[in-house]
Write a protein that binds this ligand. Sequence first.
Ligand code: PMP
Length: 426
Amino acid sequence: MIYQRSSALFAEAKKVIPGGVNSPVRAFNAVGGDPIFVKEAKGAYLYDEDGNRLIDYIASWGPMILGHAFEPVVKAVIEKAKKGTSFGMPTEIETQLAELAVSMVPNIDKIRFVNSGTEACMSAVRLARGFTGKDKIIKFAGCYHGHSDSFLIQAGSGAVTFGAPNSPGVTQGTAKDTLLAEYNDLASIQTLVKANKGAIAAIIIEPVAGNMGCIIPTDEFIQGLRTLCTQEDILLIFDEVMTGFRLGKGGAQEVLGIDADILTFGKVIGGGLPVGAFAARSEIMGHLAPEGPVYQAGTLSGNPLAMSAGLAMLSELNSKPEIFNSLAQKTEYLHQGFEKVLNAKGIPFQINRFGSMLSVHFTEEPVIDFASSAKGNNETFKKYFHGMLDKGIYLPPSAFESYFLNDALSYADLDETISALEGLSL
Ligand code: PMP
C-alpha cells in the first residue's frame, strides 16, 4: 500500500504538534514508520488520506463498538448541534444518560460525567481519598488509568513499596502515595496492605486489563482483592474505561460477578465524543461537590453533543444486548483463525481473549501480568504489524494494547484478516 500523503501530513504535523500527534501511541514509536492519517471511516473500515481502505481493529481504542459513523449516533449529534453546542447550565439529556447508565450497570446509584477517562480516574481517586480520609493508593504494574500524575508510576520499578515517577514532571511527593502491585498476584497486594496498614484509600484496577495487551484476572485474584478491600476498609475502584458497556451491559462487574466501590468509564459511554464518568453508591457520591466537600468540576462536562452521542450509543446497546454476545463470538472466531495459522507457522505465541478484547503476544509463556507481557518478541511484533498493515488490516501499533472488535465487522472481514496473517512470513 502507498502512504505518501500520510507521510507528508505527518511531516507537516511534526512542525506544529509535538511528535506530530496529540496522543503518543498514535505515532507508531513501538513499531517504527509513519502513522496513517485517517480521512474518514464507516462501519468496520477506515479510509486513509492515500485512499487505502483498512479493516479497523482498534475502533478508536474502544468507543466505536458499533462501527464508525453509526447512523443513530451521527443523527443525534447533528440534531443536537443545531440547538447549541454548550451552555454551562444543566440540561435534561444529562439526567437521561445518567438514568440509562445507572439502570444498565449493577451496584451504582449516581454518576458524574467528565470529559475523558483520565479525568474519571483522577476524580475517582480524589473522591476515594476524601471519603476514606486516607492518602495512599495501590495500582498494578502495566495498568493504565490515564495520564494524571498519581498514575504515571513506573511499571516494574524494583520493589513494590514506593513508586517512582516514570515521567518527568511527576513529583516524588505524588509518587510516594502510589504503591505498585503485580497483576494476578494477590500476595503482592497483601504485602503492601500489611506494610501500609490503615493508610490505603483505594486500590484501582483494570478488571480485565487492556493496557499490557489483554490480561484476564484469575478468579482467585479478583475475588481475593474484593475480600481484602472489604476487610481493610479500602475502596475498590474498577477502571471500566475499556470494559464498561463492552464486556456486557453491566461491564466487568457483571461478567466477573464482583462489586466494586467506585467505577470509572470512558470510551463507549460517549459514543466517540469526549466523555468519561465515575459512579458509585449514593453514600460515596454524596461526598462530591456540591453535595459534599470533594471538589470536582468541568466547563464542558455533560456537554449536550457528547451526551446525545452517549445516549444514542447506550440506548442501542441496552435494547440489543445480543450485540455483546455476537461481538464475543466474532472475537472467538478471529482467535481460532489466528491460532490455527500461527500454529502452522511454528512460532511461539499466546493469544489472550476476553469478550470482544483480544491480544497477540509472541512469547512462549502465558501472559498473565506486565512482566510476562514485556517478554514478547517486539521484532516479530513489528513484522506482524507492518505485514498486516500492508494487507489493509489496522491493528494496535503496540503489543501493550488490546484489540477492540466492533459490531460492523463481518465474517468476511474476519476471514480476510486471517488470510492476511496466513500470507505473512514472521
Ligand atoms: N483507563 C483505561 C483503562 C484506559 O484504557 C484509558 C485510555 N486508554 C484511560 C483510563 C484514560 O482514558 P482517556 O484516554 O480518555 O483519558
